[in-house]
Design a protein. Structure first.
Ligand code: UDX
Length: 451
């Protein structure tokens, strides 16, 4: 076992980003991925998903021999002083997190690890999971130190967020093990400008905090952060619905409300609601976790219900604006990724809106610069995917912007007006220029936003 050798289990967004970055910070990093297809892609120096700058970091780490992709625990874990678990936690049908992979990874590590190995949980797990895993280690007679190290990176800015983090949180019973984990991030910090240069990621501010906590607090910090951000979005969307009725503008409202430093402007953008692999899952996970402890987190039920209603709200508002049924109307849905900068379509509002429109009888044409392939299995029959904005907007009765890609927000309003048959530009992310749209003769519609 070598202090400078670590293993990362799982090559998803979190695992592959962590592995590739640590490989540039003086660590030899095994990245364990059981999926043969994915492993093959990583071995060629690429990621199997789109994330700005990541391919370059993977390729250079492989060239230096510091990143070693493998499907073998036996080869990687015994060599490593620290093992990061970044395996997936899919949803159970009841909304709780499925921890099958989390436990399987911990047990498999326990079978191969040398005594004193630090086992770091980066996967998002309900509070109390670490204690259960510690119990498993004991059962298996494995002398490992468990540390919870929640991950806060966002897809699309995964490298930036990991290099220029606001805070690193680590919690566990063994203080030395917690400090060992924090030190790894301090090492990464030393190399971050250099790595940012390789990945062509902008250099960020340095206000980093290293926060050591108890095990259960660390577990709760992750879901609490995400749940609070989700709450902010649902709150903004509730106010947007009121603004629509009261003839106010939610963007003006949130600009002023968010100018209060105690509140902050971030995550108050109203629109078609949140999607992705984290917020929907973390909110339902927190609700389920609360119930396990006999606590009903009513406020989170409300956030979830508002969010789930937003794609339907957009479709209903579009129909009201049209003033006639959607049947037979040609609607272009621009954006299938759950947000810009990623090809991820998990719980994507754009996909939900496209599916609702087709269910209402509309003829739906979609466009996304990155997410075509990933969206295909989730789109209902009858939805056409095209390769350009022009093709999508051509002859459309209405255009709905569902993801804030620059390419879509920068598309000239005059060109929409020229291509379209109808006049409705529905900006479901509240970020297209309403002035340009109106000047071009389009009817601009947002979510609680008109100006
Ligand atoms: C989130 C957290 O931000 C990150 O810290 C955590 O580690 C993982 O979950 P991510 O899901 O990648 O990251 O994306 P994020 O940028 O947070 O956006 C999530 C969703 O909320 C997107 O669908 C986005 O469009 C939506 N959103 C975000 C809004 O609708 N309004 C906002 O004001 C902000």
């Amino acid at each position: 076992m070598n202090a400078q050798t670590v293993t990362v289990l799982g090559a998803g967004y979190v695992g592959l980003t962590t592995a590739a970055l640590l490989a540039h910070a003086g660590y030899t990093v095994y990245v364990v991925e059981p999926n043969k297809e994915r492993l093959k892609v990583i071995k060629t120096g690429r990621s199997f998903f789109f994330e700005e700058g990541l391919d370059e970091v993977i390729r250079t780490a492989l060239d230096m021999g510091m990143l070693v992709p493998t499907d073998s625990y036996k080869k990687s874990v015994p060599e490593s002083s620290v093992v990061f678990s970044c395996v997936g936690t899919p949803d159970n049908p009841d909304g709780s997190s499925n921890l099958t992979y989390v436990f399987a990874a911990a047990e498999e590590t326990a079978r191969h690890a040398k005594p004193g190995t630090v086992y770091v949980q980066k996967s998002t797990v309900p509070v109390g999971t670490g204690t259960r895993i510690e119990g498993k280690f004991e059962e298996l007679n494995a002398n490992l130190d468990y540390v919870s190290n929640p991950e806060f990176l966002r897809e699309g800015t995964a490298l930036y967020d990991t290099l220029f983090f606001d805070r690193v949180v680590a919690g566990g019973r063994n203080k030395a093990a917690v400090n060992r984990v924090l030190e790894i991030y301090m090492d990464l910090e030393k190399f971050r400008d250099h790595i940012a240069h390789i990945a062509r990621v902008r250099i960020g501010a340095r206000g980093d905090q290293y926060i050591a906590t108890t095990l259960n607090s660390a577990e709760l910090i992750k879901v609490t952060s995400n749940a609070f951000l989700a709450l902010k979005i649902s709150f903004a969307n509730s106010i947007a619905i009121l603004a629509d009725k009261a003839d106010a503008d939610v963007v003006e409202v949130m600009d002023a409300v968010g100018a209060d430093n105690r509140i902050g402007r971030a995550f108050l953008n109203a629109g078609r609601g949140y999607g992705g692999g984290c917020f929907p899952k973390d909110v339902s996970g927190l609700i389920a976790s609360g119930l396990d402890y006999g606590v009903d987190l009513e406020i989170m039920h409300a956030a979830q219900a508002v969010n789930e209603s937003m794609p339907g709200y957009v479709v209903d508002k579009l129909q009201d604006t049209l003033g006639e049924p959607l049947t037979g109307k040609k609607v272009a849905v621009l954006g299938l990724a759950f947000k810009a900068g990623t090809s991820d379509v998990r719980r994507s509002p754009g996909v939900a809106i496209a599916n609702k429109l087709v269910a209402a009888g509309a003829q739906v044409i979609t466009y996304d610069p990155q997410a075509h392939e990933e969206a295909a299995p989730d789109l209902r029959d009858g939805i056409d995917q095209v390769k350009t904005i022009e093709k999508a907007a051509d002859n459309a009765d209405a255009v709905v912007i569902t993801t804030e890609w620059d390419e879509i927000l920068d598309f000239e309003a005059h060109d929409f007006a020229r291509l379209m048959k109808g006049k409705i530009l529905f900006d479901a992310v509240n970020q297209y220029s309403s002035v340009e749209a109106s000047t071009a003769g389009l009817t601009y519609v947002g979510v609680g936003h008109t100006t």
